[in-house]
Design a protein around this ligand. Sequence first.
Ligand SMILES: Nc1ncnc2c1ncn2[C@@H]1O[C@H](COP(=O)(O)OP(=O)(O)O)[C@@H](O)[C@H]1O
Ligand SMILES: [Mg+2]
Length: 237
Amino acid sequence: MTDSIIQVDNVHKSYLMGKEAVPALRGVSLNVSRGEMVCLMGPSGSGKTTLLNLLGGLDEPGRGHITIEGQNIVSLSEEKIARLRLHKLGFIFQTFNLLSNFTAFENIEAPMVLSGKLKRKERKERTKQLLEQVGLIDRMDHYPSELSGGQQQRVAIARALANDPPIIIGDEMTGDLDSQTGFEVMTLIRQLNQEQNKTVIFVTHDPRMAEFADRTINMLDGVIYNETRRNDNDPKG
Ligand SMILES: Nc1ncnc2c1ncn2[C@@H]1O[C@H](COP(=O)(O)OP(=O)(O)O)[C@@H](O)[C@H]1O
Ligand SMILES: [Mg+2]
């Protein structure tokens, strides 16, 4: 039996626009296995970001259940949600979202400072290891504005890995990159998935990026309408 790390059970979510409830998710159920790499696709407005936000505890469903590593994350206290985000989830965004007045090194170190689990020396060591891992050790003192888009996204990936979370969540993380750079970023993510057994759930509009996933889930109007699994004989990845 496979180890299920994320369970989404009949989740509904509406946003209030004045007095109107705008439905964003209309009964989504999903199981993700540990070590699986899952891609979410679907037209703009189909509910992909809403689903990722709910998984990250950034918002709450109107109805339904979400569990991560066996923990029900709906209605957790702010403090518990913050700890969940810090230790269980690494987020990667389209626009990188780095702190502009922090260097690459400081951006990657920041989640470890917040966590407080490592001593100063261990933290500095780990930050360097992460910089090595994403190929940016020679750029560690650069500010985001001094880095290319691809380099900034590598910093964001290293930052997402800082506290060694089991799950990586990416929302259109290659959307602002040219296709070659996007491909390199996805290759790195797939490597983390395969070598460190990270569970990855990511949104993309690009079918070539979706090919990196074990499974592609297609959303439309707030529901999952079909999914496809990678053929095990596929030589890629
Ligand atoms: N903060 C919000 N307030 C109101 N409506 C929202 C908000 N965020 C998303 N929506 C609506 O919810 C639906 C799903 O949006 P979203 O999850 O962002 O889709 P996707 O990421 O697939 O483009 C859309 O109809 C969108 O307009
Ligand atoms: Mg979106």
